[in-house]
Design a protein around this ligand. Structure first.
Ligand code: SF4
Length: 277
């Protein structure tokens, strides 16, 4: 039986970017200062992963990691903010809402270990943007290709609903991450309406030309922001996939379009589906 509760920084969790010395943000001002002051992407994600700025979310994520779900009682839970993950020189960024309580909050990697991720990673693999068709644990060998995944809010919220204050408190982490990626980044895929809305102020703060009026969220909707294109994509939630609101083909069309807009062309070599690292 594993220890209940959140993983301690530097205690050996696969891919843990933090150490016991990583500085911790305790409020919104701390997030702004530590996000702006992180000199590298590695330092930025380390700081994200130990953040404690939102009391409600800190309590919830750690409580979930303590109590766990019956199906995962013998597993360790991450129980910390889920940092950005993927290619440090990504041309495509996928921005979601927030980690799932027993998905990313358990595995420590966004969309890893939850049903939405099953659908998402299968599509990314078909489109040559993920090395494997699924993602179940932080040490499963999965790799994102040309792509990075981030959550607009990095801690699992109760009933998947962060507050506006929590969204705004977390925004500087996203602004700083986009800033670190700007040289290579060409496309952002906004997964779901919440991520779409959360992105506008972040993109404005990042120096992109934000269109006015802002385009309404929709599947396949595109907004040009100078060198960057924002593409809307319905969230592959269980509700959306069960009802057919979003299908594997619809996801594939968005990610193929993202490849095209990012100048990646057709998948080849290690990007081709079926490749096993
Ligand atoms: S949601 Fe963001 S700002 Fe709030 S505690 Fe988590 S990482 Fe920090």
């Amino acid at each position: 039986m594993s220890e209940p509760g959140p993983a301690r920084p530097g205690s050996g969790w696969p891919g843990d970017p933090a150490t016991p010395d990583t500085p911790v943000a305790h409020d919104a001002a701390g997030v702004r200062a530590l996000a702006a002051g992180a000199g590298t992407l590695a330092e930025l994600v380390a700081r994200q992963s130990v953040c404690r700025a939102c009391p409600r979310l800190v309590e919830w994520r750690e409580q979930v990691a303590q109590v766990k779900r019956r199906a995962h009682l013998t597993e360790p839970y991450w129980g910390r903010p889920v940092p950005g993950w993927g290619d440090d020189h990504a041309r495509i960024a996928i921005v979601g809402l927030a980690p799932a309580a027993h998905g990313g909050n358990r595995t420590g990697r966004i969309f890893t270990g939850d049903r939405s991720g099953d659908v998402l990673f299968a599509s990314l693999h078909r489109c040559g943007l993920a090395a494997q068709p699924d993602s179940v644990r932080a040490d499963d060998g999965q790799r994102l290709l040309h792509t990075r995944m981030v959550a607009a809010v990095r801690c699992a919220p109760p009933v998947n609903k962060p507050t506006v204050t929590e969204r705004d408190t977390c925004a500087p982490w996203l602004t700083a991450e986009i800033g670190q990626l700007t040289a290579d980044l060409r496309v952002i895929v906004g997964l779901g309406g919440f991520a779409w809305q959360a992105l506008w102020p972040v993109l404005a703060d990042s120096g992109y030309e934000v269109p006015r009026p802002r385009p309404r969220f929709g599947h396949g909707v595109e907004a040009a922001l100078g060198s960057l294109v924002l593409i809307g994509c319905y969230h592959p939630s269980q509700q959306n996939t069960f009802t057919g609101r979003v299908t594997p083909g619809m996801l594939d069309s968005v990610f193929q379009r993202a490849r095209q807009m990012a100048g990646l062309g057709e998948p080849s070599g290690v990007e081709a589906p079926g490749y096993a690292p």
